[in-house]
Design a protein. Structure first.
Length: 220
């Protein structure tokens, strides 16, 4: 496949590029300031809120082919809810016009709490302390944006409560709309294994629109 990655220089996007390239996929690395160097990665300067630029990048050109799938993995610090929602809508619009599947790497706040399906993770202080509630709320708004878009083929991937650089084990647990935790109550995954899950989903799409993943201990 040719996989476009928006947010190519971020923690998740950069690892998705590495994982996709290792599996033989062609990658379009879309970001404001893309870096080159890998012959299988085509860097493209794109403002994710520019509909025309996003559409042209996905449609292909003389220098690169059209995308078969797009991964949206953008984040801002501090959180900018309006930017995130706008960028998501722009990508969904552009992909829908071209029949391209979109995988949105969203937030854990959009999930249900384990053991309490009526409590969103965004409102659960066990997983979302007060200082990151705005981040969780932005992710929930992003999922609502996806659900409101009737023309796009999308899947929203919520990471667990804790996502950080680490080891690529190639193992993970897959769930739907409820936060996954380990036997000791932890909810986490390495960014490397999240990237494995992203490319797995692109290669073999599941039927669900909202999915999540979590760490799978050895022997589990």
């Amino acid at each position: 496949m040719t996989i476009a990655v928006l947010g190519a220089t971020g923690m998740v996007g950069s690892r998705v590029i590495t994982e996709a390239g290792a599996r033989g996929h062609r990658v379009l690395a879309l970001s404001r300031r893309p870096a080159g160097g890998d012959p299988d990665v085509t860097p493209i300067a794109v403002d994710v809120n520019d509909p025309r630029a996003v559409g042209e990048a996905l449609a292909g050109s003389a220098s690169h082919g059209a995308a078969d799938a797009v991964v949206l993995a953008v984040r801002t610090m501090p959180v900018d809810r309006d930017f995130l929602v706008g960028a998501t809508r722009t990508v969904l619009d552009a992909a829908a016009r071209r029949g391209i599947r979109v995988l949105v790497v969203g937030g854990a706040g959009a999930l249900r709490s384990p053991g309490d399906p009526d409590l969103p993770v965004a409102d659960n202080p066990v997983y979302v302390p007060a200082e990151v509630k705005a981040v969780a709320a932005a992710g929930t708004a992003q999922l609502r944006t996806c659900r409101a878009h009737t023309g796009a083929d999308w899947v929203y991937l919520s990471p667990p409560a804790r996502l950080e650089p680490g080891e690529r084990t190639g193992r993970y647990r897959r769930g739907t709309d409820t936060l996954l935790t380990t036997a000791d109550g932890q909810s986490w995954i390495s960014a490397e294994d999240l990237a494995v899950a992203v490319v797995d989903e692109l290669e073999t799409p599941g039927p669900e629109r909202h999915i999540t993943v979590g760490h799978r201990p050895p022997g589990d």
